[in-house]
Ligand binder design. Structure first.
Ligand code: IPE
Ligand code: IPE
Ligand code: MG
Length: 227
C-alpha cells in the first residue's frame, strides 16, 4: 500500500531572497508569498488525500528581524485573514493556528479568533498557520502544563498535550528556499515525517511541484523502526 499524504507541513522559506533577486524590498517577497499560500491552500482543499496543511508563517525567532519587517508581516497576516475568510469558506477550509498568540496585538488576535470561528464547520481541509511558533516552546509549554496538573511526563502524556498533536503526525515535511534545517518547526510531530528540501523559493512554489514531491513520497519506504 502506498503512503498517504494526510498531513503536509511546509517551512515557507525564501521570500526575502526572491524579492532581493528582483531588486525589490524584502516585504514584496512576503506579499507574493501570501498569494502562494492562497493558491496552495485552494489546491490542497481539492486534493483527495490532504486533510491538514500546516504552514510555518512566523517563528518564535522571527521577532529578531527589523521592526519594520515584523510590523509588515503582522499587517499582512491581519489583512490576509480579513480578505481571505470568504476564500476559506468557499473552499470549505477550516482555519487553525499553533503557537503562542499572546504576543500579538489585540486587533490581530481578534481577527484570528474571528476567522477560526467563521470556518470551524469547514471540512475539506484544515489549514494550520504556525504563528509565533517554536517547537521547543511548544514542548516546554506542554511539560509545564503537565507539571502544573501534577501529571507524569511521558511520551504519551506529552503526545496528548503538545498543541500541534491534535492535527496528527506529519507525513511530509517540506522546506523551500534551499536550507536543510528545521528551524524549530514541529520537532515533536515530525518524529517520523518524510523530509523534502527544495531549492525553489517560496514565492515560486507551485501545486505542480507539490505533486512532484507527493509522487516521490509515494515511492519512499516508511518503516517506523520496523523492517
Ligand atoms: C520566509 O522567508 C518567511 C518568514 C520567515 C516570515 P524569509 O523572509 O526567511 O526569506 P529569506 O530566507 O530571507 O529569503
Ligand atoms: C523559518 O525560516 C521560519 C519560517 C519560515 C516562518 P527562517 O528564515 O526564519 O529560518 P532560518 O533563520 O533560516 O533558520
Ligand atoms: Mg529565511
Amino acid at each position: 500500500m502506498s503512503n498517504i499524504a494526510r498531513h503536509i507541513a511546509i517551512i515557507m522559506d525564501g521570500n526575502g531572497r526572491w524579492a532581493t533577486e528582483r531588486g525589490l524590498k524584502r516585504v514584496k517577497g512576503h506579499e507574493k508569498g501570501a498569494e502562494v499560500v492562497r493558491t496552495l491552500t485552494t489546491y490542497a482543499s481539492r486534493h483527495p488525500e490532504i486533510e491538514v496543511l500546516t504552514l510555518y508563517a512566523f517563528s518564535t525567532e522571527n521577532w529578531k528581524r527589523p521592526k519594520m519587517e515584523v510590523d509588515f508581516l503582522m499587517r499582512l497576516l491581519k489583512n490576509y485573514l480579513e480578505k481571505e475568510t470568504s476564500t476559506y469558506l468557499k473552499n470549505d477550509v477550516r482555519f487553525e493556528t499553533i503557537g503562542d498568540l499572546s504576543r500579538f496585538s489585540k486587533g490581530l488576535r481578534e481577527q484570528i479568533a474571528k476567522t477560526k470561528e467563521a470556518t470551524r464547520h469547514c471540512r475539506k481541509l484544515t489549514q494550520v498557520l504556525a504563528l509565533n511558533y517554536g517547537a521547543q516552546d511548544e514542548i516546554a509549554r506542554a511539560a509545564q502544563a503537565l507539571c502544573a496538573g501534577g501529571r507524569e511526563i511521558t511520551v504519551e502524556s506529552l503526545e496528548q498535550t503538545v498543541e500541534s498533536a491534535k492535527f496528527g503526525p506529519v507525513d511530509m515535511l517540506i522546506r523551500t528556499g534551499g536550507e536543510q534545517r528545521l528551524s524549530n518547526f514541529l520537532l515533536w510531530q515530525s518524529a517520523y515525517a518524510e523530509l523534502f528540501f527544495t531549492p525553489t523559493l517560496w514565492p515560486d512554489f507551485t501545486p505542480e511541484e507539490l505533486e512532484t514531491l507527493i509522487d516521490e513520497f509515494k515511492r519512499r519506504q516508511r518503516r517506523f523502526g520496523g523492517i
